[in-house]
Design a protein around this ligand. Structure first.
Ligand code: SF4
Length: 78
């Protein structure tokens, strides 16, 4: 089981993750990505049926801004 969130300091608003995986990622009016299922808290697991798309976005993000963990991210962190 994986959790994900976007390091918004590293996101360059390229839009790629949202194109690859629109069910998992959305972006702000400035184009900065965030996870849809938990509003970038990183505390809701990636659904199994979305995992391949998640991995694709994770690998292709040009700045490595998509974070991944096998446990929920602690609250309050970027
Ligand atoms: S692929 Fe990476 S840099 Fe591009 S919008 Fe998504 S998180 Fe930001």
């Amino acid at each position: 089981m994986y959790y994900t969130k976007v390091n918004q300091d590293s996101c360059i608003a390229c839009g790629l993750c949202q194109i690859i995986s629109p069910d998992l990622f959305d972006y702000t009016s400035e184009g900065i990505a965030f996870t849809k299922m938990d509003l970038n808290a990183g505390n809701v697991p990636v659904p199994a049926e979305r995992f391949e798309a998640f991995l694709d976005a994770y690998r292709k993000c040009p700045t490595g801004a998509i974070l991944r963990s096998n446990r929920p991210f602690p609250p309050g962190e970027q």
